[in-house]
Design a protein around this ligand. Structure first.
Ligand code: AR6
Length: 184
């Protein structure tokens, strides 16, 4: 039986270069071309992406919408809006961030995309502390993979070695919590 983490990879890299069916954009509610990973995705996709985003017009925090990938190597871009850290009391941000990952995985499955790459949502301009975000992201990805067995791979694409180490450590903790070592 495959375990959920056999369908998860964590890499350092640029999300715009990933050869997967769908990449996820850390968007804003107005779906405007922003900075960070959003700016990089728009630059690589070309101006047609901005036109389609303008037609869609809005995506609520914690929700996800999809567009075509245009000049990107992927077929689809899933735009999800992470929470801005400090607007709620912490727990509300956790719930909204988890919803971003689960809704994006569900939408990918609905659109027939079975490989999907995520950046570290909300941990740049939106200021979500990355250690906390990594734990929330992994728990949500685990649930998303369990709910959507047709998804073959979720790839977490980290922009720096430091971010990669944070996500790898969070995965180590998640797996230890699932399967604690036997008491001696
Ligand atoms: N590939 C992978 N990850 C990247 C890349 C890349 N090419 N470029 C940056 N990152 P951010 P947010 C990482 O700020 O916090 C935008 O203006 C980055 O190091 O892009 O959700 C939107 O339009 C960080 O770890 O997204 C919104 O207004 C992660 O991607 C707002 O920023 C997310 O950082 C969203 O803020």
């Amino acid at each position: 039986m495959t375990r959920w983490h056999d369908r998860l990879t964590i890499v350092e890299g640029d999300i715009t270069r990933q050869h997967v069916d769908a990449i996820v954009n850390a968007a804003n509610e107005e779906l405007r071309r922003g900075g960070g990973v959003c700016g990089a995705i728009h630059a690589a996709a070309g101006p047609a992406l901005e036109r389609e985003c303008r037609q869609l017009g809005f995506c609520g925090t914690g929700e996800a919408v999809s567009t075509r990938g245009y000049d990107l190597p992927c077929k689809l871009v899933i735009h999800t809006v992470g929470p801005i850290w400090g607007v709620g009391a912490g727990e509300r941000e956790d719930e909204l961030l988890a919803s971003c990952y689960r809704e994006s995985i569900r939408l990918a499955a609905d659109r027939g995309a079975d490989t999907i790459a995520f950046p570290s949502i909300s941990t740049g301009i939106y200021g979500f502390p990355i250690e906390r975000a990594a734990g929330v992201a992994l728990a949500a990805i685990r649930a998303g993979l369990q709910d959507n067995p047709e998804i073959r791979e979720v790839r977490l694409v980290c922009w720096s070695k430091g971010d990669l180490a944070v996500y790898q450590a969070a995965l180590g903790r998640a797996l230890r919590d699932e399967d604690p070592p036997a008491a001696s």
